[in-house]
Design a protein around this ligand. Structure first.
Ligand code: ZN
Length: 174
């Protein structure tokens, strides 16, 4: 019998937890492993390819990524206390975020990145990604620093998006 995993609710802008840097994880126990499993389930339930702990109101440096959208279990990536240690090139593609539903804008990111992170047991490892995966790494690690993709837009674009979100909130459509 498989254990049913808890689905966490994804918090939306302008929840302050999204703008707060997450705390470094120092305890690598069964509870942490369970949380990452729940994060995958919550991410799949919300049709996302990445989820950072602050998005479920847990202000810690944990993120899960699966750019295969559950098709390939080997593509499930857990990053704890991650940092980008190398960047290369540039890509400009449309980006969305589970915490900013309906908002999609083109964001400039590095084309290729190398990330150093810990796994659920606390072991350090390095992982490289390009294209969509590189974008996911940068987007999710930004969340752990309290940065949203709209913060990467021009001032004018960002203001327009914020105005649009405020209108959606006002109309009860957020
Ligand atoms: Zn996001």
């Amino acid at each position: 019998m498989s254990e049913k995993k808890k689905i966490h609710k994804v918090v939306k802008w302008p929840d302050p937890v999204l703008q707060k840097p997450g705390a470094t994880v120092t305890v690598f126990d069964a509870k942490l492993k369970k949380l990452t499993e729940e994060m995958f389930e919550s991410m799949y339930a919300a049709q996302g390819s990445g989820l950072a702990a602050p998005q479920i109101a847990i202000s810690q440096r944990i993120t899960v990524i699966d750019v295969s959208f559950r098709k390939n279990p080997e593509e499930q990536i857990v990053l704890i206390n991650p940092e980008i240690i190398a960047r290369e090139g540039k890509q400009v593609e449309e980006e969305g975020c589970l915490s900013l539903p309906e908002i999609r804008e083109k964001v400039s990111r590095a084309a290729k990145v190398k990330v150093r992170a810990q796994d659920v047991t606390g072991k350090w490892f390095e992982i490289e990604g390009e294209e969509l995966l590189a974008r996911a790494f940068q987007h999710e690690i930004d969340h752990l620093d309290g940065v949203l993709f709209i913060d990467r837009l021009s001032r004018l674009k960002r203001d327009l998006v914020i105005r649009r979100m405020k209108k959606l909130i006002k109309n009860g459509e957020w």
